[in-house]
Design a protein around this ligand. Structure first.
Ligand code: ACM
Length: 643
């Protein structure tokens, strides 16, 4: 039976009535009856929704299965239409609609369904990529094609751009290591272009070790004798070589606008120590090559932290020795699997996980580029799939669904009162510290649902004993403090999302909180004594759509995030001076519900990530949006395959 039908799913959002219409068109094949339509999307049908034309037979978060009405026969050339009048939220972009679909036929086999982009009031939602990319860029705004903008540059004249940059044979070991890494990086990023860095003849870069230049700072002097780069360590040399490579590339590709200077001086240093991005590899799986390509792009932006979100309700991606069921059952989704298809995955088992060896290779790749990998295991919430794969982690007395997460997953929090939770987490943290050398291990603490644990007899006993009451966020605080202690015993500090401060929070000493809810939330956390990374959703969540247009892909719960919204954000501008030492830096976040194809990833991530990188590195007085826009299209874009 498989593939004997050709079907398309057409979806329309009737914005005036708040009704979604799903129309399955059978283009060819035998009549279909007794079948079910399964779809993944970003909307959820509300429990009080009225559904016409089908019965909802299964739902997990935004996965829905609709059964054909009894007696209905769908003939070739006909449409089966389903209407639902109450969804979880208003649909603002075509990308909220179905991302994948399949039919489950009467005999249990599945049949793929082609998904058309959702229309609004009948108007197509297909993004117009050409139109999206065509924005008139200001020209001639800057002679140096360097992003992020250097701290100080006084330069003049121009140098021949034909020869590559080569390293003086007298360079120190630190300079040699940095040069080799940047030469290899540029070869990977710009494989089809003339090499920027070479051996033998070219513009020889003399290097000098200057311990006064620390924290990644460097200086470049240009004069008639050549180019001289000074830095205090490998990071500084790497940054200097990247700056030189960016200048040479811009001057070669756009000689009317950019130069490699003949004379002058560049003095440069980063504004923040923490210049990062997060990537959710749970909602979508990214291959090792995707991750390596992405790190390469981060390095060219002088970013130095990669926060990898390794699990969520929809998947767990890191192999944990001794717990084979975890990745076997949760790293792959599909029809008949523990996890159904979600967020664009197909009926067939699809997904993947990383072995310890994979992640060690990623750490090594990052280290060569000055990027530290911060692993995140998101606990106690967002653990639906963990609890399904490892039922021994649930309190057996917690025997009905009594709370749901924001994403509508039932009972999804690890239970602090179940002993097996701590055995499991001990093994998880042993694995993490063995693989990842970073000071911080990120333990999530994201979006624990109000009401979690309240019907767990074990958790109730624990709450009464500890606090004389049973309350979700006091128990969360107990849970996270215990995690903090486990990490300390293993020589690490805890990083978490900002909700970790609820219910009593953490011990502030050594704890780093990522503030995401809005730009001012970090200030209150700093006031409490936490180290803070600012990642405000309304500026730095790059899964938010870039404009309000229907055809613009992305989410909108934090509003629309234009390039300018990202660029203009000034971290800590409303903080009093006495808290400033608490501001570790900034990062973008890439929640991957919408990053399901290479094109979508590229469109949502670039160039906004470079806009954040400029704020992360450059002194605020050096920021200039026109200058940035004139250069940003020279920045590399990673191309990836995502499931
Ligand atoms: C988050 O966006 N829930 C950290």
């Amino acid at each position: 039976m498989q593939n004997s039908h050709a079907c398309r799913l057409l979806t329309n959002w009737d914005a005036d009535r708040g009704v979604i219409e799903l129309s399955l068109e059978l283009d060819q094949g035998e009549p279909i009856s007794g079948a079910q339509l399964a779809t993944t999307s970003l909307f959820r049908i509300h429990p009080e929704c009225r559904i016409e034309g089908a019965t909802l037979t299964d739902q997990l978060s935004n996965y829905h299965v609709f059964a054909q009405p009894k007696g209905m026969q769908l003939l070739a050339g006909e449409c089966w239409t389903i209407r639902a009048d109450r969804l979880s939220h208003v649909l603002r972009h075509y990308s909220y609609g179905p991302k994948s679909a399949h039919l489950i036929l009467r005999d249990g086999t599945t049949c793929p369904v082609t998904v058309e982009p959702m229309t609004r009031n009948g108007v197509p939602g297909e993004p117009d990529w050409e139109r999206l990319e065509q924005t008139a860029l200001p020209k001639g705004a800057a002679p140096l094609s360097v992003i992020p903008a250097p701290f100080d540059a006084e330069v003049a004249g121009r140098r021949n751009t034909a020869p590559p940059l080569v390293l003086s044979p007298e360079a120190s070991l630190a300079a040699q290591k940095a040069f080799s890494a940047v030469r290899a990086l540029a070869c990977r990023l710009f494989a089809n272009e003339e090499p920027l860095f070479g051996h033998g003849t070219g513009h020889t870069i003399a290097t000098a070790d200057d311990p006064a230049l620390h924290g990644g700072a460097y200086e470049i002097a240009f004069d008639a004798e050549g180019i001289a780069l000074s830095a205090g360590d490998e990071n500084g040399f790497r940054h200097g070589f990247i700056t030189l490579g960016q200048m040479l590339r811009g001057a070669r590709l756009r000689p009317d606008e950019f130069i490699v200077p003949a004379t002058g001086m560049i003095r440069d240093q980063p504004r923040f120590d923490w210049r990062g991005t997060h990537l959710d590899v749970a909602r979508q799986f990214y291959s090792m090559q995707d991750l390596v390509d992405f790190l390469d792009c981060l390095a060219w932006n002088k970013l130095n932290r990669f926060h990898i979100h390794l699990n969520d309700d929809e998947a767990w991606r890191l192999e944990i020795p001794g717990w084979p069921a975890l990745t076997e059952r949760t790293a792959f989704r599909g029809d008949g699997e523990l996890l159904p298809p979600l967020l664009g995955s197909p009926a067939e088992r699809a997904g993947g996980f990383y072995t310890g060896g994979d992640m060690r290779a990623l750490v090594a790749h990052g280290t060569g580029l000055g990027i530290e990998i911060i692993p995140e295991i998101d606990i106690p919430g967002h653990c639906y799939c963990v609890l399904r794969a490892l039922p021994q982690l649930s309190d057996p007395g917690e025997n009905r669904i009594y709370y749901r997460s924001v994403q509508y997953f039932p009972n999804n929090a690890l239970n602090p009162a179940v002993d097996a939770t701590w055995t499991f987490l001990g093994d998880v943290f042993d694995t993490l510290v063995d693989i990842f050398p970073a000071r911080y291990i990120h333990a999530g603490a994201d979006e624990v649902a109000e009401g979690a644990w309240l019907e767990s007899p074990l958790a109730r006993t624990l709450g009464e004993k500890l606090f004389g009451k049973v309350e979700t966020f006091s128990l969360q605080s107990y849970f996270l403090k215990r995690v903090q202690e486990m990490l300390r015993e293993r020589g690490r500090d805890i990083a978490v999302w900002e909700e970790a401060a609820l219910g009593g929070g953490l011990e502030v000493n050594g704890a780093l909180l990522v503030a995401w809810k809005e730009s001012k939330s970090g200030r209150a956390l700093a006031q409490q004594g936490y180290q803070v990374v600012l990642a405000p959703a309304e500026h730095y969540y790059l899964d938010m759509a870039r404009s309000t247009e229907w055809w613009e892909p992305g989410a909108s719960w934090a509003g629309t995030v234009t390039l300018r919204d990202t660029y203009d954000y000034e971290p800590g501008s409303d903080w009093p001076d006495e808290f400033r030492d608490k501001l570790a830096g900034v990062q973008t976040c890439l929640w991957s519900e919408n990053l399901a194809t290479p094109g979508l990833f590229a469109h949502l991530v670039y160039p906004r990530i470079s806009a954040m990188a400029e704020t992360a590195w450059s002194a605020s007085g050096r920021k200039d949006f026109d200058r940035f826009r004139a250069i940003q299209d020279l920045m590399p874009v990673s191309h990836r395959t995502a499931i």
